[in-house]
Design a binder for this molecule. Structure first.
Ligand SMILES: *Cc1c(COP(=O)(O)O)cnc(C)c1O
Length: 811
């Protein structure tokens, strides 16, 4: 294992500083000092990185490639130090140089190449694969601009570009010698060569794909895996200014711009699909580059392609990388001369797919015309896959045209990516038990009947190294003092902490730790929002993407109601609460942006109303991102997981909160169900419609938002307050929110769940008054959070889907 002592570290640091900046340490800027530390850590990692690759080469272990359009890594320095096992040594050494390690860690810009849960899951998976000694690598896009930066101005979201590379990125290594060419457009020439059809792609536009590799450091195990992100550049000989006449010059510029656009920016839509051609280009770009480089490496190492499916696994994170299936087919057949049958067997055995949502608006489908024009050869292959698939269906389901046309990969003028992903892979998994069950019996039931053995569940997880050990050091110390360190390698050993759930001393410590974390957050809030919040109030938190199905509106309505109660009775006896929100809305999602405005308007009014004597405060923290989540979550008392039942596939922030001792207020949706199963009904607060009730309303109707509203005076009042000028002189400002609830009959049952939600919050208030009882519940939550470590999830993927890793070999 990597090791270094304090003095050696200090020496290395000073040497590196001089090397990079050529001046005295005292004259160095924070940027200089950060860069020095980052580069030094990268040097330490480099040797293990090379050794890991050598080892994989020698052992011929099965390699896993995790393809994802998003990797929401956040900051890397702190986690690299932690996983190398030198964070303490580093801190001590830097202290002696009068450098504050925390400040340097906070100097790092988040690597925000993802929207939310899906991208963060990919990041947690990389950490777990490396830490579990599984040869697993990420493949994605190196967007020049990450997820936009959110500013809140006059209570509304304003977007600014996130140029995260401005100050450089110490973690990436550009590898121009490992570039690939990706081909778009053009035609396919078909010829018979030696009695076999040959397909040649001609007149295409070439794009150079350049990889940038980032090391993924395993936890104290000398494993360093690779995250490979691709950047699009013009092919240089296509872009020679001097040799162009004026017309060609403009064409060359156009070419350059259109190529660079491919890796320019991350689409900011979460669980929403838009049929933009650039997005399809992005998908093919990184999938083609990734698979070409995998095959190149595979062949360079002398392996036989007929054994490909034994030696590597390709996993696709949602349907975004589904073109991996036809692209692998293309390479195996057109470039390697394999037969359709062999290529198909190998491809389907190699690829596996995770479904992330049942929201209809998220299902990707590409217009056939667009697809065919951009990817002519890939389209031919998809057509052939579909032809063979439908033939099988015709044989099985004679005369059942409706069923066949529903399952077809191409239909109604579209290529349906989920259908392609299911047909072309050997495993389809959902991300929580409830979600997988809904896939099997509702959304994908035809496919489930056809391929029952393909479907399986892999409940999501989070890395406890970042989300507990790194972000909550005080709780980590308490856990070490009480139950030792075994849980770090075996997170389910956190169960041992349940023994202390009645231990007054430990409960007191838990309360103290929470209070300290709340004080730190209060300071951050004061510095950023200028709002003074009381660390002794309940910190009640909803942080996640802003989306109608996640129901920030429900949270907002009950705050408005509570405010009304306080106005009507200023002596109302409640435990003071601080409501904390954070989250970004997709720039084109009008309702979500209006929801942000409403929350801010409600906050503005409440925070400045002297009558309620600071009993409640509302805070909207701008620019939600991984590093901010790491500040908020350890300081949270109440975790709001209130999506409409059936709509949140899993959720992962629910797990992060639980692990940090927050009490969850939740609907029985996604992984909340499994959290309830772990902690028991007494240690979570459940409310709202059940799955059955929701599915019934959707299939049979029978819900009237107007009736629900009219029969509840609280609802009448708060919904009127949205549009009567109470929260804004411009009465129309939040009209969209009102209309969504009433005019359009509240498709997410906000009003229907309101009463049940308010009662749930009253229970929170009651329980919190007995702080030992509350902390005892917190202890139980922490103790049962181990199964939600992504280490458990990844072990399940490795043994159940990929057939990889140490555990698999020892089965
Ligand atoms: C964990 C996380 C998410 C996912 O949150 P959910 O509440 O599960 O939707 C989104 N964004 C960031 C920055 C996260 O860390």
């Amino acid at each position: 294992m990597f090791n270094i002592d304090k003095d050696a570290f200090k020496k290395d640091y000073l040497k590196k500083f001089l090397e990079l900046h050529g001046k005295e340490l005292e004259k160095g800027t924070q940027q200089n000092k950060y860069e020095t530390l980052g580069s030094l850590v990268r040097d330490y990692v480099a040797k293990a990185w090379i050794d890991t690759n050598k080892r994989y080469n020698q052992t011929g272990e099965k390699q896993v490639y995790y393809f994802s359009m998003e990797f929401l890594l956040g900051r890397l320095l702190g986690d690299a130090l932690l996983n190398l096992g030198i964070r303490d040594v580093c801190k001590e050494a830097l202290d002696e140089l009068n450098i504050d390690l925390r400040e340097l860690e906070e100097f790092e810009h988040d690597q925000g190449l993802g929207n939310g849960g899906l991208g963060r899951l990919a990041a947690c998976f990389l950490d777990s694969m490396a830490s579990l000694n599984i040869p697993g690598h990420g493949c994605g896009i190196r967007y020049k601009y990450g997820f936009f930066e959110q500013k809140i101005m006059n209570g509304a979201q304003v977007e600014a570009p996130d140029y995260w590379l401005k100050e450089g990125n110490v973690w990436e290594m550009k590898k121009p010698d490992k570039s690939e060419i990706v081909k778009f457009g053009g035609d396919v020439r078909v010829e018979a060569v030696n009695g076999r059809l040959s397909f040649t792609h001609i007149n295409y536009e070439p794009v150079l794909a350049i990889p940038y590799d980032t090391p993924v450091v395993g936890y104290k195990n000398d494993v360093v895996n690779t995250l490979r992100l691709w950047s699009a550049e013009p092919v240089s000989n296509e872009f020679d200014f001097s040799s162009f006449s004026r017309g060609d010059f403009l064409k060359a510029i156009e070419y350059k711009n259109s190529v660079e656009a491919i890796s320019h920016v991350l689409y900011p839509d979460d669980t929403f699909y838009e049929g933009k051609i650039l997005r399809l280009k992005q998908q093919y770009f990184f999938v083609s580059a990734g698979i070409q480089s995998i095959l190149r490496y595979f062949k360079d190492n002398g392996h036989n392609l007929m054994n490909l499916d034994d030696m590597l696994a390709i996993h696709i994170n949602d349907t975004h990388p589904t073109l991996a299936i036809p692209e692998l087919m293309r390479l195996l057949m057109d470039e390697e001369g394999m037969s359709w049958e062999d290529a198909w067997r190998i491809t389907t055995n190699t690829v596996s797919y995770t479904n992330h949502t049942i929201l209809a608006e998220a299902l990707e489908k590409w217009p056939v015309d667009m697809f065919k024009k951009l990817l002519p050869r890939i389209y031919m292959i998809v057509e052939e896959i579909n032809k063979r698939f439908c033939q099988d269906l015709w044989n099985k389901y004679i005369g059942q045209w409706d069923k066949i046309s529903k399952m077809s990969i191409i239909g109604d003028g579209y290529v349906r990516m989920a259908n392609l992903a299911i047909v072309g892979s050997h495993s389809v998994n959902g991300v929580a038990k409830l979600h997988t069950e809904i896939l099997k019996k509702q959304e994908m039931k035809e496919f489930y009947y056809l391929y029952p053995r393909k479907f399986n569940n892999k409940t999501n997880g989070i890395t406890h190294r970042r989300w507990l050990i790194k972000s909550n050091p005080e709780l980590t110390s308490l856990l070490k003092d009480t139950i030792g360190e075994g849980w770090i390698k075996h997170p389910t050993d956190l169960e041992n902490f349940a023994r202390f759930s009645k231990d007054k001393l430990v409960l007191g410590k838990l309360a103290e730790i929470k209070n300290n974390n709340k004080k730190s957050l209060a300071k951050i809030i004061y510095d950023s929002n200028g709002i003074k919040v009381d660390p002794n109030s309940i910190f009640d938190v909803q942080v996640k993407r802003i989306h109608a199905y996640k129901r920030q509106t429900l949270n907002c309505l009950r705050i408005m109601d509570l405010y009304n109660r306080l106005i009507d009775n200023p002596d109302l006896d409640i435990v003071p609460r601080t409501f904390i929100f954070a989250g970004k809305a997709a720039p084109g999602y009008y309702l979500a942006k209006k929801t942000i405005e409403l929350i801010n308007a409600v906050g503005e009014k409440i925070n400045n109303d002297k009558r309620i004597k600071d009993k409640i405060k509302v805070v909207y923290m701008e620019n939600y991102r991984v590093s901010q989540a790491e500040d908020i979550i350890p300081a949270t008392d109440v975790s709001e997981q209130i999506s409409t039942t059936t709509k949140e596939a899993s959720g992962t922030s629910n797990m992060k909160f639980m692990m940090n001792g927050a009490i969850t207020v939740a609907t029985l949706d996604g992984a909340n169900v499994e959290i309830r199963d772990e902690v028991g009904d007494d240690n979570i607060i459940i409310f709202g419609l059940t799955e059955r009730e929701v599915l019934n309303y959707y299939s049979k109707g029978g819900y009237s938002a107007w009736e629900t509203c009219n029969s509840d005076s609280r609802l009448r009042r708060v919904t009127q307050d949205i549009i009567n000028g109470y929260y804004s002189p411009d009465k129309d400002r939040f009209k969209t929110v009102f209309e969504h609830l009433l005019t359009y009959n509240d498709e997410f049952f906000v009003l229907k769940d309101f009463d049940s939600y308010v009662r749930a919050q009253d229970r929170v208030d009651n329980i919190y008054r007995d702080i030992d009882k509350w902390q005892s519940m917190a202890a139980i939550n922490i103790a049962h959070s181990g199964v939600f470590s992504s280490d458990r999830t990844i072990q399940e993927y490795a043994t159940g889907i990929w057939g990889s890793g140490y555990l698999y070999k020892n089965l």
